[in-house]
Design a protein around this ligand. Structure first.
Ligand SMILES: NC(=O)c1ccc[n+]([C@@H]2O[C@H](COP(=O)([O-])OP(=O)(O)OC[C@H]3O[C@@H](n4cnc5c(N)ncnc54)[C@H](OP(=O)(O)O)[C@@H]3O)[C@@H](O)[C@H]2O)c1
Length: 296
């Protein structure tokens, strides 16, 4: 297939492009500042900003499928403010859908996030929810993925956790009890690539998580242990965490505002892990501790 990966130069995009090329697909990665040197051999790049329709529409011509990975991180405050989430995630997705429809590209894979909800608690989650609604309302052959956090080389989850929890003592809301279900990027991109070529996935919304549920405190402990360090997590009352500044302010130079902090207070786990729709079982997925080379 000839595939356009919007946001294909990012963390998941780099790994996915490699997987797609290995499977014999023709791959083009679209981003605002694409650099072919950062991508696997054989991946074409094209410049475009999904929030500006005219800058992306031509790159959809002649494609068989689109995978939309464009993202602003939920963990850091966007430089243009939190309204950027709506502009990039919702409006950007609407522009990609429109461009796909204009060029008759039927297959559309959308990378959403667990908990995506138009009336959710953060700008990111609301924009993701609105983007999913636009995908579902389209006439395309869509599939939506809602993963928990994704880890692997180039990802920000583990390094973010380290920044959030300095060695020795780390204050976290609720003692770091928020739960995550991290999935390894290598496992996840296989699922994404499989979904492209199997029509049974059309019209499905999949919640995707890794093999184990870990609290933020457990992730922090593993991340620090992988560096030969230890950490003791101090509980911060949720009431203080709601204000969201006490701890965020304690991370020098870290662009985290109340919205980002709030996102750390909600569990990020699947209700039913849909990996089985792709023939995978939890025990064959990479665990975070195996990836980090430490015991659980
Ligand atoms: N990583 C995770 O743990 C995780 C968890 C759940 C869901 N997801 C979802 O998975 C998808 C991919 O995430 P990721 O971690 O790979 O993101 P990422 O590393 O931040 O990559 C984002 C990509 O989007 C591009 N981009 C950003 N703004 C753009 C714009 N206005 N127009 C065109 N391209 C733009 C970036 O390139 P430029 O900056 O050069 O434009 C980059 O290629 C996203 O939808 C994300 O919400 C990720």
């Amino acid at each position: 297939m000839d595939i356009l990966v919007t946001g294909g130069t990012g963390f998941i995009g780099g790994h996915l492009c490699a997987e797609l090329v290995e499977r014999g697909h023709t791959v083009t990665a679209l981003a605002r500042n694409p650099d072919a040197d950062d991508l696997p051999d054989g991946v074409e790049t094209v410049m475009g900003d999904v929030s500006a329709y005219d800058s992306i529409v031509e790159s959809f011509g002649g494609k068989d499928a689109v995978i939309n990975l464009v993202s602003l991180s939920p963990l850091t405050q966007p430089s243009g403010g939190n309204d950027m989430h709506d502009r990039v995630h919702r409006k950007g997705t609407e522009n990609c859908l429109k461009a796909a429809e204009q060029h008759g590209v039927d297959r559309f894979i959308q990378l959403s996030a667990l908990g995506a909800d138009p009336s959710g608690d953060t700008h990111y989650i609301r924009a993701k929810g609105n983007a999913d609604a636009a995908v579902k309302a389209s006439s395309l052959d869509w599939t939506i993925f809602q993963p928990s956090v994704v880890f692997g080389d180039g990802g920000e989850f583990v390094s973010f956790t380290r920044k959030l929890t300095p060695p020795v003592l780390a204050p976290l809301p609720g003692g770091g009890s928020t739960r995550f279900q991290p999935i390894y990027v290598g496992d996840f991109v296989e699922i994404l690539a499989d979904s492209l070529t199997d029509e049974s996935h059309i019209g499905a919304v999949y919640e995707i998580g890794g093999p184990e549920v870990l609290t933020l405190a457990e992730v922090a402990t593993l991340a620090r242990r992988a560096r030969g360090q230890s950490v003791r997590v101090l509980p911060v009352p949720m009431s203080l965490a709601k204000i969201g500044l006490t701890v965020a302010g304690a991370i020098p130079g870290f662009p985290m505002g109340p919205d980002q902090y709030r996102s750390l207070q909600f569990d990020n786990t699947t209700t039913s892990n849909d990996i089985e729709a792709f023939g995978k079982t939890a025990d064959e997925l990479m665990t975070l501790s195996t990836y980090l080379g430490v015991s659980n």
